[in-house]
Design a protein around this ligand. Structure first.
Ligand code: ZN
Length: 259
């Protein structure tokens, strides 16, 4: 079945990477063995099936086919010139370097851990030892720490959605989440009735509109509409329904714009 085979484009990437990391060339047998070693765990049963003609695994033939295609595209030295050695041309080496991301040479990438070899994973960025620092001027809304602290203390730093209470060496950690955001264009008020005590995960999900809260305080998954539970309430902390309504309509609107 065709769907059971690794796509040609993936075989091409594996071949390019393998040759690149072997310094640009390898004998046919060595190249195929190296590919097997690196990507064998990704090969499908269909890839490993033998062909009717010579019982060689299908992925060998399909890789040879890809090699010929790359030769025609100028990425590999023509077979008749290279005497059984698969060798990248200058253009092939460039292609390999491009596929590994900026600033990478074959020598460097050969030392990388095996886990980044998978074509399904993104290339690991090089990062920097000394990040550039720039001076910026920002305008920041001054939030009342008192409001945030009050709500968190009332809930004993326990997430109102999932009940998680993160304990750290400096005390329990929770976040104060504004229901109607403070910034423009929302201009929500910084008052306890507009603030929830949430764990960091639920804070993010709530701010991104992945969750909304109904007037009867049911926590609803925005996309499926499934109720996930009920917001925990504590005496002394009344949630104003108009802020919940604002959060719902705001995210319903932006949800529609995305589509
Ligand atoms: Zn939570």
């Amino acid at each position: 079945m065709a769907s059971d085979l690794t796509p040609q484009s993936v075989l091409r990437q594996w071949l390019l990477t393998t040759l690149g990391e072997l310094g640009g060339s390898a004998s046919t047998g060595h190249a195929l063995r190296q590919m097997e070693q690196r990507y064998g765990s990704h090969l499908t049963p269909g890839d490993r099936e033998g062909t009717e003609r010579d019982n060689e695994p299908k992925w060998h033939n399909r890789t040879r086919f890809e090699r010929k295609k790359m030769e025609r595209e100028g990425l590999l030295i023509p077979a008749r010139e290279s005497r059984g050695v698969w060798k990248l041309t200058e253009a092939g080496s460039d292609e390999y370097r491009r596929s590994r991301g900026p600033g990478t040479t074959p020598a460097q990438s050969a030392t990388r851990p095996r886990s980044v070899e998978s074509p399904m994973l993104p290339a690991q960025p090089d990062g920097t030892q000394s990040p550039t620092r720039v001076e910026v001027t920002t305008q920041r809304i001054v939030r009342s720490t008192a409001v945030a602290e009050y709500v968190k203390r009332l809930h004993d730093s326990t997430c109102q959605i999932c009940g998680t209470r993160l304990v750290t060496p400096t005390g329990a950690y929770a976040e104060a989440a504004h229901i109607q955001p403070l910034g423009r264009p929302h201009e929500g008020p910084d008052v306890p009735s507009n603030v929830l005590c949430l764990c960091p995960n639920h804070h993010v999900l709530f701010d991104l509109g992945m969750l909304h809260i109904s007037d009867d305080l049911a926590v609803i998954d925005q996309h499926s509409g499934t109720p996930l539970g009920r917001l925990t309430e504590r005496p002394g902390h009344q949630i104003e329904r108009c802020y919940l309504a604002y959060h719902r309509t705001h995210h319903l609107r932006s949800d529609k714009q995305d589509r």
